[in-house]
Design a protein around this ligand. Structure first.
Ligand code: SAM
Length: 303
C-alpha cells in the first residue's frame, strides 16, 4: 500500500527533529577524510515546494520549519518572524542554514520556497569521495527524486524495497556509513519488518551510524500481543553499544490532538553509534525546540 505521500508532512516538527539530527551526524562523519556511504531506505521525493499542492492543504510545515525560521512571515501572511538568530542553539542554526530557510536567507517570494527532504540534505553535505544510495517505492516520488538527484554521479537511486535492499549494501567498502531508516508506518508490517531489517544490518555492519525515525502514538499500533516495552525500547534493545533514544512531544501524551487520526503526540528517533557530541547538543537544543514547536522546554526525553 503506497498511500503515504511525504509532501503532506514535509517540514513539520518531526522533519525538523529528524533532519537536524541527520545534519549533525553527517557533519560529524565529514570530520574524517575517509569516504562514507549514506543510505536512505525510505527517501521520499527529495524536495518539497512549501506553498505547493500537498503542503498547502494541511500546512504542517507552518508548525515546524515555518515557526522556527520565520519563512511564513516572508510569504506575506503576517505571522510573527522566527526567533532571533543569536538565541538559537548552534545545532538548530546549522539545520536552518542547510535547509536554506534561516531568517533573512529565505527567498523573497513565497513561490520559491521549498523544503529539502533527507536525500537533498544528504546531497548538500555529501563530499566528492562519498556515495549516497536512496530507496523509494512510490512511482511519482521516485520520479521526482530521479529528477532531483539522477544526474549526480555520487548517488544510486533504487525504486525498490528499502528494508530488503539495505542488507545488500552492507558493510560498505570504506567501513564508514550512515543509514537513515524512515518508513511511513502506514502499514503495521513496518513495525515488524523494521526490527528484522535492522538486526540484520547491525550484524553485517555493527559500527555504522544508524538513525531510525518513529511516531509516538497514543495507542500502540503494533500487531500481535500487547508489549510492555515501547517501540523505541524494543529498537534500542537490538544493540548493546553506543545508542541513544530521543522523544519529542508536540501534545500531552494523555490527550493527543483530536485531528490526529492515530493520536500522534510526538516523534522519536533511535540512534546507534551517534557522535558522542550529539547528546550534549540535544540537551542544549531540545528545550529551545520544545518552547517553539512542542509542549514546552521540558517536553522531550533522552534515554
Ligand atoms: N526520509 C524522507 C525525508 O526525511 O525527507 C521521508 C520519507 S517518507 C516518511 C517515507 C517514504 O517511504 C515514502 O515516500 C514512501 O513512498 C516510501 N516507502 C514506503 N515503503 C517503502 C519501502 N518498503 N521501501 C522504500 N520506500 C518505501
Amino acid at each position: 500500500m503506497l498511500s503515504y505521500r511525504h509532501g503532506f508532512h514535509a517540514g513539520n516538527s518531526a522533519d525538523v527533529l529528524k533532519h537536524m539530527v541527520l545534519i549533525f551526524c553527517l557533519d560529524y562523519l565529514a570530520q574524517k577524510e575517509k569516504p562514507c556511504l549514506c543510505i536512505d531506505t525510505h527517501a521520499g521525493a527529495g524536495s518539497y515546494p512549501l506553498p505547493g499542492v500537498f503542503s498547502a492543504k494541511k500546512r504542517e510545515w507552518e508548525g515546524g520549519i515555518g515557526k522556527l525560521s520565520g519563512v511564513d512571515s516572508l510569504s506575506g501572511n503576517g505571522k510573527a518572524p522566527g526567533p532571533d538568530r543569536q538565541q538559537i542553539p548552534a545545532m538548530i542554526r546549522r539545520y536552518l542554514d542547510i535547509t536554506g530557510l534561516s531568517n533573512g536567507a529565505a527567498p523573497a517570494t513565497a513561490a520559491a520556497l521549498s523544503y529539502p527532504g533527507s536525500p537533498e540534505i544528504i546531497r548538500r553535505l555529501l563530499r566528492r569521495q562519498d556515495r549516497g544510495c536512496c530507496f523509494e517505492l512510490h512511482p511519482e516520488d521516485f520520479a521526482a527524486l530521479d529528477a532531483l538527484l539522477g544526474g549526480d554521479r555520487r548517488f544510486t537511486l533504487r525504486r525498490e524495497d528499502g528494508f530488503a535492499g539495505l542488507k545488500k549494501l552492507l558493510p560498505p567498502l570504506s567501513r564508514r556509513g550512515l543509514i537513515l531508516i524512515d518508513p511511513p508506518y502506514e502499514v503495521k508490517d513496518d513495525y515488524t519488518r523494521l526490527p528484522r531489517a535492522l538486526s540484520d544490518a547491525l550484524k553485517r555492519f555493527p559500527t555504522g551510524t544508524y538513525i531510525i525515525w518513529h511516531p509516538l502514538l497514543h495507542t500502540d499500533p503494533r500487531p500481535g500481543p500487547v508489549e510492555t516495552a515501547s517501540f523505541q525500547e524494543t529498537l534500542l534493545g537490538l544493540y548493546n553499544g553506543n545508542r541513544l533514544g530521543i522523544e519529542f512531544y508536540t501534545a500531552p501524551k494523555d490527550s493527543p490532538p483530536a485531528n490526529s487520526p492515530r493520536g500522534m503526540y510526538g516523534s522519536g528517533l533511535v540512534l546507534f553509534n551517534p557522535p558522542w557530541t550529539l547528546k550534549p547538543a540535544l540537551e542544549e537544543s531540545l528545550p529551545f525546540l520544545g518552547e517553539i514547536l512542542g509542549i514546552g522546554k521540558d517536553g522531550w526525553k533522552l534515554q
